[in-house]
Design a protein around this ligand. Structure first.
Ligand code: CA
Length: 224
């Protein structure tokens, strides 16, 4: 999952980033509202965490701007205890959830996970293609019953591909969806990671599931 955190209090923002990254999420952070809106309206995120009082552009205005553009990405508002009116206005504008500061960091992570799941329509917690399974709850990956040890990044990459079997992802789509926005799009990072992933997933079997589509990108083999 890729998450955007728009929060001007740097300590809180970095605490959130650390916790979410430890859960295997890909995280972008914006400390200003205008910067946050630009990212939110140009990059694909699964969930956006939005503070209300922000320099540059406030959270409610960002939310309104996104919904006016027809973007229905799940938004979780961070509100102060005193911001009751803002909270209500946020929910009216189409916020999906809110947390009142101060909050427990574990709760934020759990809610983001729930929002992301709901949005992608995944009631199920298991992705499966042929004999490859990805358990989204305990993060266990198996091929033919054999457990595979993946790094966080490899897991995110595999999850992306497994959510849409047969769909071809270009390198830049993979980079956009599985990496934060600090990476140079000219890098061959995606190829390196796909090769690593392929070694773990496909090396001990005759049936290759991770396919290269020449000149385009990669996909997980779809149902034939
Ligand atoms: Ca603030």
């Amino acid at each position: 999952m890729k998450v955007l955190v728009v929060e001007d209090e740097k300590k809180i923002a970095s605490l959130i980033r650390k916790d979410l990254e430890a859960r295997g999420f890909v995280v972008d952070v914006a400390h200003r509202g205008d910067e946050g809106f630009t990212l939110a309206s140009t990059q694909p995120y699964d969930v956006i965490v939005l503070d209300i009082m922000l320099p540059g552009r406030d959270g409610l205005s960002i939310l309104r701007g996104l919904r006016e553009r027809g973007m229905d990405v799940p938004v979780l508002l961070l509100t102060a205890r005193s911001e009751l009116n803002e909270r209500l206005e946020g929910l009216n504008l189409g916020a999906d959830d809110y947390l009142t500061k101060p909050f427990y960091i574990e709760e934020l992570g759990a809610r983001i996970l729930a929002l992301g799941r709901r949005a992608s329509g995944i009631a199920r917690s298991l992705l499966q293609v042929a004999d490859l399974t990805v358990n989204l709850i305990n993060r266990e990956v198996t091929r033919g019953g054999r457990k595979l040890e993946l790094t966080n990044r490899e897991f995110v990459l595999l999850e992306r591909l497994m959510r849409s079997p047969g769909r071809v992802f270009t390198r830049s789509q993979i980079l956009e969806q599985a990496w934060d926005s600090d990476f140079d799009p000219g890098t061959n990072l995606v190829d390196v990671y796909v090769q690593r992933l392929r070694k773990k997933v496909d090396s001990e079997t005759d049936v290759r599931l991770i396919e290269t589509v020449r000149g385009v990108g990669y996909r997980i083999r779809g149902p034939d």
